[in-house]
Design a protein around this ligand. Structure first.
Ligand code: AMP
Length: 170
């Protein structure tokens, strides 16, 4: 099954020059959704995680069902002011804009292995900030799983030297 054919490209969204990779068309196809989770499951299982971290908000869509399939816990990385407990925070740059991300300080048991999941890696700024958040805890960053990778932007080169998988590349 060619997942790329099920990802819709919207030119000039959310601003001119950005080709937005819309995964809602993939999500709407039950066979494609199952295949996506099957691939993430197989490839992220090899990273031997104790937790999956999903990055707000499209990382939640894939991260939570993946955590359930892997029989591990899930922790959300969220935009500022959303998490109620004590948080770590890290700044990041987007392909379009900049922001901060937060993670609960007590999200993981010490020494746990954590796999980070998001729908897409572009410049890698979001994923790098998430790696920094995990490094502020006593957990171990075990790898990254992305559905889509914009390979020309070389985002993976920014990330720590852990396994990085993506299912569809542009
Ligand atoms: P970056 O920090 O540059 O790697 O950007 C990754 C984040 O921005 C992910 O959470 C994506 O959901 C979103 N994003 C960036 N560029 C695009 C794009 N061209 N299409 C869809 N989402 C994007």
């Amino acid at each position: 099954m060619d997942l790329k054919q099920l990802i819709r490209e919207i030119p000039d969204f959310p601003k001119p020059g950005i080709s937005f990779k819309d995964i809602t068309t993939l999500l709407g196809n039950p066979a494609a959704l199952k295949h996506t989770l099957d691939l993430l499951e197989t490839q992220c299982l090899a990273m031997r995680p104790d937790y999956v971290v999903g990055i707000e908000s499209r990382g939640f869509i894939f991260g939570m069902p993946l955590a359930d399939r892997l029989n591990v816990g899930f922790a959300p990385v969220r935009k500022p002011g959303k998490l109620p407990g004590p948080t770590h925070s890290a700044a990041y740059a987007l392909e379009y804009g900049s922001d901060q991300l937060e993670l609960h300080q007590d999200a993981f048991a010490p020494g746990s292995r954590v796999v980070v999941v998001d729908d897409l890696i572009a410049t890698g700024g979001t994923a790098l900030a998430t790696a920094e958040l995990i490094q502020k805890t006593d957990a171990v960053l075990a790898g990254f799983g992305f559905v889509v990778e914009l390979a020309d932007l070389s985002g993976r080169k920014k990330l720590p030297e852990v396994p990085i998988i993506s299912l569809v590349q542009y």
